[in-house]
Design a protein around this ligand. Structure first.
Ligand code: ZN
Length: 127
């Protein structure tokens, strides 16, 4: 899953990529690529059609949309001020890939009080 997200980030650079994480809390089972509708280089906006399709796909496989991933081609793998302000919904997971030097990946739960980092070894995350 992480390898697929990093590959997407590298392909999309220098633009941000984004996608949807399917799983069953707290496990992330799979990542699904989504179109980034944002024109700005430092933000992402998941195409709602991709979000809806991912929800449908998750339901047929007894999974849920547990969160979202996106890349930071020019900054570190932590939520930006914009990410925090525009969080998709309270409590969802954000996986962020930085491409500043070596690809680096970190996982956060986006709470109302602010992002809380989670270990990348949660469940089968690395599978
Ligand atoms: Zn971001």
């Amino acid at each position: 899953m992480v390898a697929a997200v990093v590959a997407h980030a590298c392909e999309a650079a220098p633009a941000e990529c984004c996608g949807i994480l399917l799983g069953s809390e707290p496990r992330i089972v799979e990542s699904v690529r989504a179109r980034n509708l944002s024109d700005a280089v430092n933000r992402f906006l998941i195409d709602p059609r991709d979000h809806i399709a991912a929800r449908r796909e998750a339901r047929t496989r007894n999974l849920q949309v547990v969160g979202f991933y996106h890349s930071h081609p020019h900054s570190g793998p932590t939520p930006s001020v914009t990410d925090i302000a525009e969080v998709t919904y309270d409590g969802c997971l954000y996986l962020i890939v930085s491409l500043v030097s070596e690809p680096a990946v970190r996982l956060f739960r986006m709470n109302r009080e602010g992002p809380g980092e989670l270990p990348l070894t949660v469940g089968s995350l690395l599978g």
